[in-house]
Design a protein around this ligand. Sequence first.
Ligand code: IFM
Length: 728
Amino acid sequence: MPDWIIHEDKYEEADGVLLGNRYLVGNGYVGIRGTLEEYKADKLPAINLAGIYDRVGDNWREPINLPNACYSYLRVDGDIYTLPEREPVSHRMELSYRHGLFSRTTTWHTARGNITLSTERFASMANVHIIGMKFAITADFHADVELLTGIDTDVWDINGPHLENKVMEDENGSLRVIATTHEQHKTVVVCESVKVNYAGESKTTVKDDKILHRLFFVTKPGEKYTAEKFVTIFTSNDGPDPASKAVSLNRLSAERGYEALKDEHVAVWEELWSHSEVELTGDEQAETALNYSLYHLHSIAPRHTDSLSIPARGLSGQTYKGAVFWDTEMFMLDFFLMTDPKTARILMKYRIDTLDGAMKKAASYGYDGAFYAWESQEGGYDACSDYNVTDVFTGRPMRTFFKDKQIHISAAIVYGICRYAEWTGDNSILDHNGVKTVIECAKFYYSALLKHVSGRDIYELHDVIGPDEYHERVNNNGYTNRMAKFTFESAVKVIKNAMDEGTLPKEYDGLKLVEEFTDAAEKIYIPQPSAEPGHVGVIPQFDGYFDKEDASLSQVRDRIINEKEYWGGAYGIASDTQIIKQADVVTWLNLFSREHDREELRTNWEYYEPRTEHGSSLSAGMYAMLACKIGEPDKAYPFFIKSASADLRGGGKEWAGLIYIGGTHPAAAGAAYMTAVEGFAGITIENGKPVCHPSLPKSIKAMKFKIFYQGKEYLVNIEGDKGTIEGL
Ligand code: IFM
């Protein structure tokens, strides 16, 4: 049985950035990177806030990192003891991914003896505005100790500084920082107070962008000295007067004490696991990696609101601009549908509520309808830059077309909304604005269609980028066209239903739209398997794909001049070859596998896999899922492990050109869940009920988990190739 603990047993300074992601704790409102308390901005600590973004000058807009209220360090006999400056005798870091508890224990040797500092912290799941921290200090001599803890306002920013008008205050030993964001002048308040279990002197100091308690005491050998710290956070997004809210919650938290707050936090985690834990008997590595992935998804779920989504790098920092991508709908949504449908609704509501932004974007490109943001921030603002990559050779920004040409994003929104409604049975998502969202996405594709090009009785989508981002501005990307067809078909169903119920928004001519979208769904060109020697049965990813050089991955890798160079775009080493960044045709076939026979699925998997760089963490999971659908769970297994271990092992891409893109990988976590539940266990819906068709890889002997379907919870038990599903 895994103990739900991951740990590091020695200190390696170089691992700091990676561990910041691996040891993250969060509650959907904030993510606290798993960095050490003494770290200053250069070591990338962050308390990353969900849903508030800021721009400074012409820089990229990004989410804000709060003043670092975890900042703390020790002074012993007048000398500072911090890592990496003082080499420790021992150091251990732990994360309980069962309960979202980060801890560290470090022992240093001093001139007069050894001193040990232990800390623990959590971002409360019970009240997302609270961070709890606890310190324990023991020494084997009469050490003269000063524990410094408070708030560091000098935060790590990629494109900051975002916080201005910083006020640092001390009110009777309770410290607070109030600041406003640069662009929208939102108020951000971080408040903290400390309770100690010993008699000692305490002072407050304000220096170098920090406001700190200085807590003095002399240790008796072997005795434990503890301090509890309560951090409370509010912003103007949480309603009026965030400062009073933060202060009064802080007082209340201190009254209740660390252990009481921790108990209620742990209880929420237990409740979440009671619906979402996946037992994989026989394979501890897989079980750990999978549940650790689910830990990350839970930690970043915006349960505190009714309309917000999850950024592609979760709450691990400002990379990818803290923006929401298709990752949510296509990779993460199923986990929430099956284990926590309320959160799934919040995610989809965010898309419906950002329809206006999508309509403005469509209009700005001369289209009708809704063209969703490729990198969505609040209000559906597209944070994606026209120059998303910096050329390593010239240092110049490279024109990229993700924002303009990844039109498959709008179909992902429709897919998510329709899947939510079908899976949960909660059709209220398709209210006035929900229906509008589906229709406007279909109108967008309709306006982008090219009809009867070269006299052919088909409709095409030209000049797009598919999931494989290396080949830009291609015609008839199969994934995009199939998803557009799905959008037309979904819109027809939604419109007919709304017409039957008399709820179709007045501005629409239902009959005309049904006619247009039905015609579009029938005529949109869907690339077919090739009959040409060399690629019989393979579906070309886009028009002319097979004309590209068929170089192997290692041949293309040999052409690398600079390890950080970008593989796609105008001069990328992959652009004129058949090497692709991530699953593309395979993503399409996985979603619509029932429309293809096994042989066709297999042929395409086998053709594309060796030609896929897996340069995105999204890729492996799609290959894993399709391998399950062709009856090859053992072939799926290494891709599943890769996807489930994206944050546990690290090793993902950290650079796109000269842009740092590290952080956590919730889409990979979601894909790992789908592979286990929909792939290995084969959960699907037949005759209105969930059924399983298990096909386990050799190492997994049995599986046990629960799922929700249409408001009811089911217990799934799989042993070998047999499975049962029991309503609870
Ligand atoms: O959405 C993905 C995209 O498909 C590949 N690059 C990273 C993005 C965010 O995860």
